[in-house]
Design a protein around this ligand. Structure first.
Ligand code: NAP
Length: 498
């Protein structure tokens, strides 16, 4: 019997010598082991082209875990469960040897025929690998079989449909786990708990009491060495289609009738269906694109996007997106949800600010100004926590009110934060819980929303690019987008709105 709390499985990682495997997957697996969440019956086969012996591979696994987690004596035992198979995924002839190895290890470790295929490789290989896993019998198992894939899931809706159809020849929808690592983050998962476990929020969570919601995910880094990939992607496809829209869905969905993956997904899908689609002029009115230009902050010259390696000198690719989303349903009619994300911004921060409406009559003032609105801030990364801004009497002063901040902080450290998301997602996948993975219906609906925007942008050269200086919070037009509605971005840099 497979114990669902300590699942037994053979995990085959394609791309086991790559960056993702080293930085995220191996440390996450070790953390699961350390916490007793892996059964003793587990085994990992690493697959990549380069020639490596099992022991050289085990050493590289040890090294990557030590880099992330420091030295631990039990690592010696942990890495003995790792095996390596040198294999070019485009070479049909070597899948049979991989199957023999998997079957032997299955028997050796008594894995009950449970298999997870993790594709930590470039997406152009996903279809080929899935075809072979089926045709060469690697998916003919007595236990469960699951496929885990990384973003990007397609480049647009037609390519995503094509990829999905191909994967579905080998795996049923419930066997496909599409990673969106934001869904593994503690505070993203906490959105549902904050909303549905607190009587003080859920009754206010609608257009009667909320004036607008702002979701920001800003990065300080530029595209670094990923220029080739980014030129074909841009911030809209890289961040908005997946992470940003997933956070919006969790913020806007109705309470599910049960906390099961089907019920939660069905509520999220309704949000995507209610998302007002934008075309033509409406794209220009509601979405802003940006590209960072060079800057000379603190006398340190910083490259603009067009000066980055493997980026065209007249690139039309956006490194910043801000947008106003309208969820056309009873709960949210009239409440804009503003999103913004970009590279080379002033600060690294992912935050959600829920701004409540002003009270009908102002009896109090805040130093001659009108009162601060109540704000609920959900800090997702690098700091994790919740802040609630209320107004309270300033001591000895009965006419003035001062914003006070109620704060809960998870006190997390950034580099500890990232592997944890993968750790959770790997564990969920082993237990067969797909709640925190993107279902095909969500992927398809979010592509159809995003495609209309990218079509407008691709057909028109952005003449104003670059339009924000590296190290700032994006172009001026992103501020004007909110000003048109009488709002402004709450600063994410300081994180303190008093
Ligand atoms: P990477 O560092 O370039 O690694 C690619 C891996 O694939 C290497 O192990 C490479 O090893 C192997 N490989 C390439 N061609 C192969 C072939 N024909 N047959 C067998 N193995 C082959 O890439 P990555 O950064 O780990 O990213 C992997 C995937 O995760 C991508 O889809 C990426 O978009 C996604 N992702 C990555 C991150 C991240 O933090 N790195 C984050 C989110 C998503 P050999 O050269 O030895 O074959």
């Amino acid at each position: 019997m497979n114990n669902s709390e300590n699942p037994t499985a053979l995990i085959m990682i394609f791309g086991a010598t790559g960056d993702l495997a080293k930085r995220k997957l191996f440390p996450s697996l070790y953390r699961l082991f350390k916490r007793g969440k892996l059964s003793e019956r587990y085994c990992i086969i690493g697959v990549a082209r380069r020639e490596l012996t099992n022991s050289a591979f085990q050493e590289s696994v040890r090294q990557s875990i030590e880099e992330a987690e420091g030295h631990h004596d039990d690592l010696n035992e942990f890495i003995t469960h790792f095996y390596y198979h040198s294999h070019d995924v485009t070479d049909s002839s070597s899948y049979l040897a991989l199957k023999t190895l998997a079957n032997d290890l299955d028997t050796h470790y008594q894995l009950e025929g449970n298999r997870i295929f993790y594709l930590a490789m470039a997406p152009e290989f996903f279809g080929t690998i899935a075809d072979h896993l089926k045709s060469d019998g690697l998916t003919d198992v007595d236990g469960f079989k699951r496929l885990v894939i990384e973003k990007p899931f397609g480049h647009d809706l037609p390519s995503a449909i094509e990829l999905n159809n191909r994967l579905r020849q080998a795996f049923a929808e419930e066997e496909v786990y599409r990673i969106d690592h934001y869904l593994g983050k503690e505070m993203v998962q906490n959105i549902e708990v904050i909303r549905f476990a607190n009587a003080i929020f859920e009754p206010l969570w609608n257009n009667r009491y909320i004036s607008n919601i702002q979701v920001t995910s800003s990065e300080v880094l530029g595209v670094e060495e990923r220029g080739r990939y980014y030129e074909n992607s841009g911030a809209l496809r890289d961040m908005v289609q997946n992470h940003m829209l997933q956070m919006v869905a969790l913020l806007a969905m109705e309470p599910p009738i049960k906390l099961t993956d089907e019920e939660i997904r069905s509520e999220k899908v309704k949000v995507f269906r209610a998302l007002k689609s934008l075309e033509g002029e409406a794209v220009k009115e509601n979405f802003v694109r940006g590209q960072y230009g060079p800057s000379n902050k603190n006398n340190e010259p910083i490259n603009g996007y067009r000066q980055e390696p493997m980026v065209k000198a007249d690139s039309n690719t956006e490194t910043f997106v801000a947008g106003k989303l309208i969820i056309d349903n009873f709960r949210w009619a009239g409440v804009p949800i503003f999103i913004r994300t970009g590279k080379k911004m002033a600060t690294k921060s992912t935050k959600i600010v829920v701004q409540f409406k002003d009270i009908p009559m102002n009896l109090y003032y805040q130093h001659e100004k009108t009162l601060n609105p109540n704000l609920l801030v959900i800090h997702i990364q690098p700091d994790e926590g919740i802040s609630l801004y209320l107004n309270a009497q300033k001591s000895g002063d009965t006419m003035n009110a001062t914003p006070v901040k109620l704060n809960f902080s998870n006190n997390s450290v950034d580099h500890m934060n990232t592997p944890e998301a993968y750790e959770r997602l790997l564990y969920d996948c082993m237990r067969g819980d797909a709640t925190n993975f993107a279902h095909w219906d969500e992927v398809a609906l979010s592509w159809s929303f995003v495609d209309k925007i990218s079509q407008v942008w691709e057909n028109q050269q952005a003449e104003q690019f670059p339009n924000y200086e590296a190290g700032t919070m994006g172009p001026k037009a992103a501020d004007e987008l909110l000003e048109k509605d009488g709002f402004h971005w709450w600063p994410v840099e300081s994180g303190d709105y008093r």
